[in-house]
Design a protein around this ligand. Structure first.
Ligand SMILES: [Zn+2]
Length: 165
């Protein structure tokens, strides 16, 4: 997604705060094991503070919540662009750089983007919006409609990794 300068700065701060919050949570757990409870608690508090700050940035990034039809259209266009162009290119770039795990993740993100696009398309055109249940793969984000598959068609995760949403 192309960012304008100010948007890029906000996105960068958001990403940094998210990553730092995760790292501080993990180090807090390690410090609890190492019997440094005060430091563990402080890092946990810093992690919570970073979550608060990243949420504030996310409010700036998410924009206004208004027209649902426009949102669904934008979502379909974005998902289509992701699986058709963005993720396959990233997968290629990372495999060339020798990062096969990240490349595999991007490959799967592309397939999942197509899956999300298909799910939205199935439902958005319905005249009546009957309730439906979905099962989400906790490994890759694939969404199955109505049932949890024995194996995730994108990442191969077993049925137990699917959670009803
Ligand atoms: Zn999966």
């Amino acid at each position: 997604m192309p960012y304008k300068d100010q948007d890029a700065a906000v996105a960068l701060v958001y990403a940094d705060q998210c990553i730092s919050a995760i790292r501080n949570t993990l180090y807090a757990a390690r410090l609890r094991k190492d019997r440094r409870p005060a430091l563990a608690r402080l890092l946990a508090a810093i992690s919570a503070a970073e979550d608060i700050q990243s949420r504030r940035m996310s409010m700036r990034m998410r924009g206004r919540i208004d027209d649902t039809a426009a949102h669904l259209d934008a979502l379909r266009r974005k998902k289509y662009g992701d699986f058709a162009e963005v993720f396959p290119k990233l997968a290629e770039r990372f495999v060339r750089a020798g990062e096969s795990k990240t490349s595999e993740a991007f490959q799967q993100f592309g397939e999942v983007a197509k899956n999300h696009y298909d799910r939205i398309s199935e439902i958005a055109h319905r005249q009546r919006d009957e309730s439906a249940i979905f099962f989400l793969c906790q490994v890759c984000g694939y969404i199955s409609a109505g049932f949890a598959p024995a194996r995730c068609p994108v990442c191969g995760a077993i049925e137990a990794r699917f959670v009803e949403t």
